[in-house]
Ligand binder design. Structure first.
Ligand SMILES: *[C@@H]1O[C@H](CO)[C@@H](O)[C@H](O)[C@H]1NC(C)=O
Ligand SMILES: *[C@@H]1O[C@H](CO)[C@@H](O)[C@H](O)[C@H]1NC(C)=O
Length: 245
């Protein structure tokens, strides 16, 4: 079955929907395959919040931001319905033309300089995503990792594609090999990006870091905060491990 995709990205003026003026703009989309839609507000490429379509509630990226701002999730849900309605029209108008699947670009890098034995965060950055449907898996030494990670929403880019970041809390050592694997319809086979400690950081890694981190500083703080809690847990368990020795 070939999924029919026509994708609609609406740009909304913040002033129309939200009282807080530091929201630059928001974006929503609806598509015929799951996840069917997304409604998020974004500031300079940073996710501020999104509306969870299942629970019909607002999910703030920065913890505590809800104290200073509010948003009625119904507004988001209504806009998603409008996008859905427009999508049907566009599918017909385009004579059911299937949108092309674009191969995404994937890179993995570390958020802080490596100190062996000290908790750190691996970032898997995927750019050029279209349509916004993909599977991302973290793998450690060939085994799929089931916990200790977080992800952003699909962050809209100016060219109509999306970006998405996945964060993994981990403790670097000399031997573990980490892989970020991305499945997307634009790829013949999944893209795999490997990270392991190499002694010194190659320049290309630092360069990728800049490329991907650009404009994401604020939005990721919330996610990082979540990952930091995981790391705190890790530290405690390593400390306990040491005490037991
Ligand atoms: C729509 O697509 C069908 C199947 O490819 C084709 O037969 C038909 O002529 C197209 N109609 C228009 C209006 O382009
Ligand atoms: C993601 O994984 C599910 C379950 O394995 C699979 O059905 C789906 O096709 C995958 N999606 C992509 C974009 O590869």
């Amino acid at each position: 079955m070939v999924p029919v995709c026509a994708l609609l990205v609406l740009l909304l003026k913040a002033s129309e929907a939200v009282t807080v003026d530091y929201f630059d703009y928001g974006a929503d989309y609806y598509q015929t395959y799951g996840p069917s839609g997304q409604y998020l507000f974004d500031y300079n490429g940073n996710e501020m919040f999104h509306v969870d379509l299942e629970s019909k509630s607002v999910v703030w990226t920065l913890p505590g931001l809800e104290k200073y701002a509010s948003f009625d999730p119904q507004g988001g849900l209504q806009d998603i319905n409008i996008a859905k309605y427009n999508l049907d029209i566009r599918i017909k108008r385009s004579n059911r033309t299937v949108a092309p699947n674009i191969p995404p670009l994937v890179s993995v890098y570390i958020s802080n300089p490596v100190v062996l034995g000290e908790p750190n965060i691996l970032i898997c950055c995927t750019k050029n995503i279209f349509p916004p449907v993909m599977n991302t898996t973290w793998i450690k030494n060939g085994e799929i990792i089931r916990e200790g990670f977080k992800e952003t929403s699909y962050l809209p880019a100016q060219d109509g594609t999306f970006r998405k970041l996945h964060y993994l809390a981990f403790i670097p050592n000399d031997h573990d090999i980490y892989t970020c694997e991305v499945e997307h319809w634009g790829l013949e086979k999944p893209t795999k990006r490997i990270w392991k400690h190499e002694g010194s950081t190659p320049i290309s890694e630092a360069y990728q870091n800049v490329i991907c981190a650009l404009g994401l500083a604020v939005g990721i703080i919330g996610i990082i905060a979540g990952v930091m809690l995981i790391i705190k847990g890790m530290k405690q368990s390593t400390a306990q491990g040491r005490n037991q020795r």
